[in-house]
Structures are given as C-alpha cells and as structure tokens.
Design a protein around this ligand. Sequence first.
Ligand code: HXC
Length: 518
Amino acid sequence: METASTMKAKIAELRERKAKASLGGGQDKLDKQHKGGKLSARERIALFFDADSFQESGLFANQRCVDFGMAGKESPADGVITGIGTVDGRHVNVASQDFTVFGGSAGEVHCAKIMDSMRISLRTGKPFVFFNDSGGARIQEGVYSLAGYGKVFYTNTQLSGVVPQISLICGPCAGGAAYSPALTDFIIMTRQAQMFITGPQVIKQVTGEDITAEALGGAGSQIDRSGVAHFVAENDEHAIGICKRLLSFLPNNNTEDPPVLGGSYSLEADYALDEVIPEDSKKPYDIRDVITKILDFNDFLESQETFAPNIVVGFGRITGLTVGIIANQPKVYAGVLDIDASDKAAGFVRFCNAFNIPIITLVDTPGYLPGVDQEHRGIIRHGAKLLFAYSAATVPKITVILRKAYGGAYVAMCSKDLDADCVFAWPTAEIAVMGAEGAAEIVFRREIEAAEDKADARAKFAKAYRDKFSSPYVAAAARFVDDVIEPNQTRIHIAKTLERLTTKRTLRPAKKHGLIPL
Ligand code: HXC
C-alpha cells in the first residue's frame, strides 16, 4: 500500500514537473509570442507531426552557466524542444527553438540537444528539420555557446548529402547562427522572420548605412535578392505546410529512393503543348505552362521562385516518381543563363543527385549572359558550377530542347556530352553556336561589308545559317539528340524513359571529392 502511494506521489511530481517545463518561459512570454503573430516552439511541433506521434527527448535539460546572474536559473528544455515524430507516417527528427526561454538563445546544453537530434538523424537515416527562432549564441555563456554552434555547423556538414536537412526560420536568426540554416538543404522563411550576420545597428556603426531589420534580412531580401532562402511563407502554419509538402518528395536518406505516390496515372497526348511555342521565335512564353503539363496532377513545388527567375527549379512527379525540374524561363531575360541562375540550378542539381532524384531539364536559352558586370563578377566560375554539377550527377538525366539551345548554354543545360541519358528535341529546337543574325555578322562580316545592300546580305547569310542549324535535325543526325518528338508526346516519352532508367548504375572515378568551382 505504502509503495503504491509513494509511486502515486512520484508520478504526480513527474507530471507537475513536465507540465511546468512544457510551459517554457511562462504564459506572459507565450502571449507575447502569439501577439507577434508567431506560434510557440511546441505549437509548431504539434502542427508539424502526425497526432500523438512526437516523442520528446531532453525536456528536463537545463543550463549550467554560473556567470552574469545565470547561476541556478531555470531554462526549461534549455530553450529548444528536440525529439522525433512522424510526418505522413514517416519519421523526422526535429529541433524547435523556444523564444520564450532566454530568447531561444543557444548555449552549451541547447546546442548539445540540437546535435543529439541531428546525430540520431544520421544514425537512423531520417530527415532533420530545424525550427529557428532565436537571439543567437547565448551571450552569458561566451565561448561555450560559440563552441556549441561550431559543433552544430560541423554536424550539419556530416549530415549533408546523407539525410535531407530543412530549416524553418520563424523568428530572428542573427549572427553566426544563420550559418546552420545556410548549411542545410532548404530554408523556409516566414514573413515574421529575419536573417542576417550583422544587424542594422552594427551596420550603421561600421559602414554608416541606415536600414531596417526587415529591409536588411526579411523574407523579401533573403529570398528575392540574396537567394539565401528557398521558400517564403506567410506565417508558421504556411511554413509547416510547405515543409511537409517538400518532405513528401524526398527520400529518408541517400541510400533510399524517394517515395512513390501510388495511384493510376494518365499517359495521354497533351495537345495544348503543341501551342506553347509562339509563331515568332523571339516571343516569350511561360515555361511553367510546359512544366505543369508534364507533371502528375499539374503539381509543381517551385524552389527559389523569385530569385534568378530566368531559371525555374522545383519538384514534381511523373507517374508517381519524384523528379527534379530545371528549366530556362523564356519569360525572364529570354531565359539567359547568368551568375545567379547558374548558382541556383547547380545547387538544385547537386541536391537531386545526392538524394537519387532523376533530373528533367527543359531547354530554351539564348546562352550565357554577355556583359562587363557578369564577367567581372565571375560568370566563368559560376557558370562552371552548372557544367560541374550536371557532369558529376549520376541520377537519370533526361533533357528536352524546346526552342533555343545556343552556345555554351546548350552544353551546360545537360547536353548529351555532359552525360545526359536521353535528349529529346521538339521540332522547334534551334541548336547552334549562337543566333543566326549574330553568326552571320561574324562569319560573313567581309561579305556583308562588301555587299551593296548590306541588310539584304545580312538577312541572306543569317537565313543560310538558320536553315543549317536552326532545327534539331543536324544534332539528331549526329546523335546529340536521341529523338525529335511532338510536344504533345513529351510526358509520355519522359515517363517511358524514367521507367527504363530506374536501374541506371554509373561509376565515377574514385576520389575524396571533386572540386566544384566555388
Ligand atoms: C541571451 C538573449 C539573447 C542572447 C535575446 N535574449 N537574445 N539572452 N543571449 N543572444 C534574451 C533577452 O535578454 C530577453 O530576455 C529575451 O531573450 C527576449 O529578447 P528581447 O530582446 O526582449 O526580444 P525582442 O525585442 O523580440 O528582440 C529579439 C532580438 C534581440 C532581436 C533577437 O533580443 C537581440 O538583438 N538579441 C541579441 C542578438 C545577437 O546579437 N545575438 C548574438 C549573435 S552572434 P528577458 O529576460 O528580458 O526576457 C551569434 C554568434 C554565433 O549568434 C556564432 C557561431 C559561430
């Protein structure tokens, strides 16, 4: 009897301790969090995971700093909730910073908890998701908090390419702390969040520039301008929805294939695709009209939508199989490849290759962007990233040339010579070193200068060049193109090719790692 009542008391104490610790920094701070339009760390977890699936680890963790008035202070869960739960039935490890506890700041114990969660991801081959909402390194803990972050960065790097890592930025993410998300694969940022290495005050002191925190590191800046973040969300709920959708396309780790969405899929001609390319070959169109028509249920999850919009990248499925799409966007700068587009596409190719996601490349580009600014900022180095990423990729690579494929950009957009498994071309494909007018101007300069009617001569030579190269048949004769297909058949051809490439095995020379131009 006595034992039972002792146990009852112990359980009551345990429940009380758990309830108290689960309140984090207390109701006042929770209210403040809600007033700022943000969910709490625990509410984010509850919304993210399947009901009752979350198993927490480290609720009773506490800080142990004795300096600057910290001695004996309680820091429930030390400001970060960690554990594992299921999302659509699949296990995911999580760390969720609790801003109500010392502003979610990261000390020694806090960082150790994050690392533990990451290590479990690594050992079990399950994705890692990190909700960031923090004032950064815990100031009172000095070098211990810096070392903690250093270890988080190191562990991020260990996980890189082994399990998918996704960061959600739901509040401040300041200072070196921003480098953990930067080392992960995707960053989803809410409109309530900011990321920067040095805040407005420091910038004002050092450079004299005046800028608000929002203009400096809000979602607008870090998505549209810098390309640091990949997705913008209106709020926490929206961010969590994006994260779940993104996870649905991804495998658990690099040794698995992405999940296959069961169901019956139509493989029929889509005659709307025959109408996409305008009569006037200089006219733009929206490449998304093509992308959505070749994907199951027209479902496309676009990444970095507003950064380097001259190239479009994202995930979709074809007959239930996840594919990564990389497509020039003729609607923006004619789909030219520039520094940012090369970085964006190369990064996406690397991710797909690391996680066994076949790559579909849609080509309509007039080439790499000419210009002093691009040359001086290193388009040679950045453009080379795309060549490297495609060449190094061993996943199935299927390329469709829709219209222009000029110059280096033809090669870079996963041509046969970069080891594409299959290259299709629409009858409208123009595969040449450059546009016919430009080519005529260089090759026949003397003849044009000598001609009485220069415009007529220019047009004549341009036509001769266009007649020779501005079709897919020269490339097809040389087997740089496997088949010229009717646009309406594109989805069918890609689906059949994907099916036969599922057993693809490719070896690359053994080495520690390649040296992608950085
Ligand atoms: C300890 C911190 C903290 C920090 C915030 N708090 N940041 N405690 N270390 N880094 C505490 C505050 O004292 C406060 O405690 C509570 O968290 C909430 O903070 P507020 O300032 O009241 O909130 P808010 O007005 O919303 O401002 C949030 C903020 C601001 C913008 C994040 O707190 C801030 O600027 N903090 C410092 C940011 C920073 O410079 N961090 C260091 C980055 S360097 P009370 O008790 O009042 O509730 C870094 C290096 C990493 O991270 C290096 C890795 C190699």
